[in-house]
Design a protein. Structure first.
Length: 212
């Protein structure tokens, strides 16, 4: 069976957490597509000695390897910022399309989370979810997560970083962050993780019943 769940939304909306829970619940494979952009951004920064060159980033994207995705420095603010910068480069996005589409159509079902999954990568996805939450809630979650991981940084700095990234992601020419018209909106501002998962599971079960 081929069955794709596309999850999009801004930083800290809860996409990754929900995607993992849904994948475990239904036995689907999960791809965090943000990790691809983080790995490209981080490696291109290294190779460019601190600056992001478009040609170099494109080359890195075309030749991305599993160890690039396993680096332990992909979650920090530097990688986040570099990710959203290389994500605005059309050549970088293009280089990553085939891998994501192949993943989405693998046998047994797949969940992909990112910014353009329902709009560009998998416009035919059986289920599209768009997660959102207030900027304050998203910044608070990210800040708590970073503090728990031992990273320094104020709540204000996290809020600014997220705001800057959201606005770059939503305003770029190629595959901007947007809610596809046929996506189900889940606003997680006042939801627990369990409540958000429950809503997603209901939507997915209905779609599965239609295709089975
Ligand atoms: O992937 P994305 O950036 O959209 O968000 P995430 O990494 O899944 O979630 C960011 C943080 O918010 C995590 O620490 C989650 O545990 C937390 N979270 C939450 O508190 N309530 C939710 N409804 C969803 C996520
Ligand atoms: O976890 P969080 O939501 O903060 O970020 P992420 O999903 O790891 O994505 C990092 C950056 O990669 C985003 O800010 C986007 O610029 C970019 N991205 C994208 O353009 N398209 C995707 N499908 C996934 C991520």
């Amino acid at each position: 069976m081929q069955f794709t769940v596309a999850i999009d939304g801004p930083a800290g909306a809860g996409k990754g957490t929900l995607a993992k829970a849904v994948a475990a619940r239904f036995g689907f494979a999960h791809l965090d597509t943000g990790l691809l952009y983080r790995a490209v951004g981080r490696k291109a920064l290294d190779q460019g000695r601190g600056t992001l060159d478009e040609g170099l980033a494109e080359l890195v994207a075309r030749e991305l390897t599993p160890p690039d995705l396993a680096r332990d420095d992909l979650r920090g603010a530097l990688a986040s910022r570099a990710a959203s910068k290389v994500a605005a480069m059309a050549g970088v996005r293009k280089a990553l399309v085939a891998f994501q589409r192949d993943f989405a159509r693998r046998e047994g079902g797949a969940v992909l989370d990112g910014r353009d999954i329902g709009s560009v990568i998998c416009p035919q996805a059986e289920v599209k979810l768009y997660l959102d939450a207030s900027l304050d809630a998203r910044a608070r979650r990210r800040h708590e997560e970073m503090a728990a991981g031992g990273a320094a940084g104020s709540l204000d700095a996290v809020r600014r970083e997220i705001e800057e990234r959201d606005s770059r992601d939503a305003s770029r020419a190629d595959a901007p962050l947007t809610k596809p018209v046929d996506a189900h909106l889940i606003d997680t501002t006042d939801l627990t993780i369990e409540q958000a998962v429950e809503r997603a599971v209901d939507i997915i079960e209905q779609a599965l019943a239609r295709v089975r």
